[in-house]
Design a protein around this ligand. Sequence first.
Ligand SMILES: [Zn+2]
Length: 319
Amino acid sequence: MSTTPTTGQDTLQKFIFDNAAVRGELIDISATWREVQARHDYPAAVKKVLGQMTAAAALLSANLKFNGSIVMQIHGDGPVNLLVVECDADLRLRATAKLTQGATVADDATLTTLLNAHGKGRFVITLDPLEKVPGQQPYQGIVPLDGDDVATVIENYMLRSEQLDTKLWLAADDHVSRGLLLQKLPYHGGKAEATPLNEEEALETWNRAVILGSTLKEQELLTTGIDVLIQRLFWEETIRVFDPLHPQFHCSCTREKVGNMLKMLGREEIDSVIAEQGQVGVDCDFCGKHYEYDKVDCAQLFASTDPVATLIAASDAKH
Ligand SMILES: [Zn+2]
């Protein structure tokens, strides 16, 4: 269960330049970010990278015309094995980090030393629609870790895979995770979706926005509320600010999903744990919720047949 913060809400603020050439978002999460860290004692460098990814996932999610979850993962080959952040269409977030066993993490470790020590790190974005049509698979993009910080990796991904000019400024510490996103609105065949500007003028607005964003320093982002930041950065621009959105922590784990994960480990593995311990206990990596499966539960897991698998088996049998 997520706890509702008693003071202050986490906020995501969307805005658009009045000439509609650039859109932006600022995010400030503290309660959600504390909830993510509540059951873990991550090294400072891991907190920083995971916090930046958490802010980025919410920023991208709020920008998508898509009803479903965005899952952002970095698979690492260094002291950190995996970072995962999931954000749904209602900006409900969960995140976790898996460290390589026995690894030590220096306070000043970077994205590269943490996750790409041997150049095998991978950045994975999955878009998982809420309502799938039968047989539909989630969309997944996998790219090498191209950049030494989370913002650069995502900017490169957005440009190459989505053809969208995106700039991100991200910062996180023990208390807050904050970020600024700017995106150049698509301009098709000399005519933008909603801007009265010609292509050159739209590009000028974009370049100006990026220069203004680039004046933002990490420490300033960590210590300044987003209302103040919008004013400070864009006071010379005419921008339209939308109603604020409120990200919050939420874990989507269920007994059924954990059961499916146990099934993937295979009967032999599960039977050996039952033989040794009498039951299988699993803690959710994201929220810490504890699930237990005794001998009967496990027998049922492997006895129950997935309805989809039954259908496929039945149709195969006809041929
Ligand atoms: Zn959970």
